[in-house]
Design a protein around this ligand. Sequence first.
Ligand SMILES: Nc1ncnc2c1ncn2[C@@H]1O[C@H](COP(=O)(O)OP(=O)(O)OP(=O)(O)O)[C@@H](O)[C@H]1O
Ligand SMILES: [Mg+2]
Length: 215
Amino acid sequence: MLNGGIPVGRHVALYGGPGAGKTSFCFEYLYQGAKMGENGLYISLEETQEDIIENMKNSFTLFTDTSQLIAERKLEIVKPEKLNLEEVANLLEDRITSNNIKRAAIDSATMIRLSFSSEIEYRQTLFEFLSLLRNLDVTTITTVEASTAKRELMEYDIEHFVMDGIVNLYNLDREDRRVRALEIFKMRGTDHSRDLVPFKVTPSGIKVYVGEKVF
Ligand SMILES: Nc1ncnc2c1ncn2[C@@H]1O[C@H](COP(=O)(O)OP(=O)(O)OP(=O)(O)O)[C@@H](O)[C@H]1O
Ligand SMILES: [Mg+2]
């Protein structure tokens, strides 16, 4: 869908409602990178390292060797003490320098947003954060909690404009079930699919059914 993946050095927002698959998506992105020799850093602002490892290992057979990747420092999971972007930026810079981190995930921006008393302050800080990220040699995915699971009610937040790319994860309402679908909303630096494509969360990872219709 992206003609070869997220362009190197870009910063992507991953949107989705509760349980949409954001954490799994980020984790798999880092895991697959780590397996290919690109060290990954997971910055978790909600769950502890133990919780994430536990959840990922229980949900996915794919991630059975996670502990080994962590022991080899190919994968790092960190929960910062404070909920602010400066702390996240410092952490990123430090880990990139000392452990050659190539991929990072920040889960979630919404947690950071909540720590601001004003919207303007958040916007300013986010802009500053993005310009700092652009000076670092890293590709990132930041999750954003969508206030609605409904596609037609999706609002454009500040993150939609400042980020290089937007991937939306949906949990669409069907008569007697929910159907997962995703779309590439924008991706600077590459042509991309504009289709709404079904996906599944499976024990062997996230499977995207390109070319299939969402029913
Ligand atoms: N092995 C599996 N097979 C099928 N579905 C699974 C499997 N493991 C997890 N899931 C589904 O994935 C969902 C969790 O995904 P994930 O935690 O990545 O979502 P999230 O968007 O990060 O959620 P939150 O909003 O709580 O942070 C679960 O609610 C469950 O429906
Ligand atoms: Mg999550």
